[in-house]
Design a protein around this ligand. Structure first.
Ligand SMILES: [Zn+2]
Length: 242
């Protein structure tokens, strides 16, 4: 009788352990095939009358080096922000772990091709939201690399699609050149002047966090923008940051 009871309890324990294991596997499955249970989370880190800032955390490989993307600093350039989010969400088997910061300016704005020049009030608002909410999170977030996604209306001559760090000689420049070298269609070109640099990428580089701009010509076709964005994401994902 006692032996039967011990046997029954042993079976029960095995069943419990097994079901915990299965439950864990199901949870992992929901995390895009990652091999631990770090969850993808959405969080609003800033919200005021001018707009809000959202961060999506732990995209890609939760065990990989920690990287950040920022979209929305210049709201008029939203075609590349949308392109980035669309292409990034379609990616599988990324090497790195990504947090994506999304700045949403509440003021009225349009996009390139509908409204020129880019002198809308939302431009400064996006920069202010970046400095107020995104910058402190990234400085304190042990990120290895940051990319800030922009678009332009053709202001850079033959330079349509490029990356650069606004701080010459920075680690951002070194890694930016590697990002460019690992692509076919993204050049390294420093236009020597940025309006948003002082609100994000310049202070980040000065703090030793490599930060680059990605710039895309807003007037090229969507399919080419998609292809360039894919090149950017893959190239950044292959970076080995020391
Ligand atoms: Zn911009």
């Amino acid at each position: 009788m006692i032996r039967k009871r011990i046997f029954f309890i042993a079976i029960l324990i095995i069943l419990i352990v097994f079901s915990v294991f299965v439950f864990d596997q199901i949870k992992v499955g929901h995390d895009n095939g990652s091999n631990n249970a770090t969850e993808i989370t959405h969080e609003i880190i800033g919200n005021d009358s001018t707009g809000s800032v959202e961060v999506i955390r732990n995209l890609g490989n939760p065990d990989g080096q920690k990287m950040a993307y920022v979209v929305g600093v210049h709201p008029l350039e939203n075609d590349t922000h949308k392109t980035f989010l669309k292409i990034f969400k379609s990616m599988n088997n990324l090497n790195c772990c990504y947090d994506v910061y999304i700045i949403n300016v509440s003021e009225d704005f349009s996009k390139y091709g509908e409204l020129l020049p880019d002198d809308q009030p939302g431009r400064q608002t996006g920069q202010d939201l970046a400095l107020k909410y995104v910058y402190p999170e990234i400085v304190n977030g042990s990120y290895k690399f940051v990319a800030d996604i922009h678009a332009h209306g053709g202001a850079y001559g033959e330079h349509n699609t490029f990356v650069f760090s606004p701080v010459e000689g920075s680690s951002g420049e070194s890694y930016g050149r590697i990002v460019s070298n690992n692509t076919q269609n993204i050049s390294y070109y420093d236009p020597q002047f940025t309006t948003s640099g002082p609100y994000l990428t310049i202070p980040l580089n000065e703090k030793g966090i490599p930060a680059i701009y990605f710039e895309e010509n807003s007037f090229i076709s969507q399919s080419i923008k998609d292809a360039h964005m894919l090149e950017l994401i893959k190239s950044i994902d292959s970076l080995k940051i020391s």
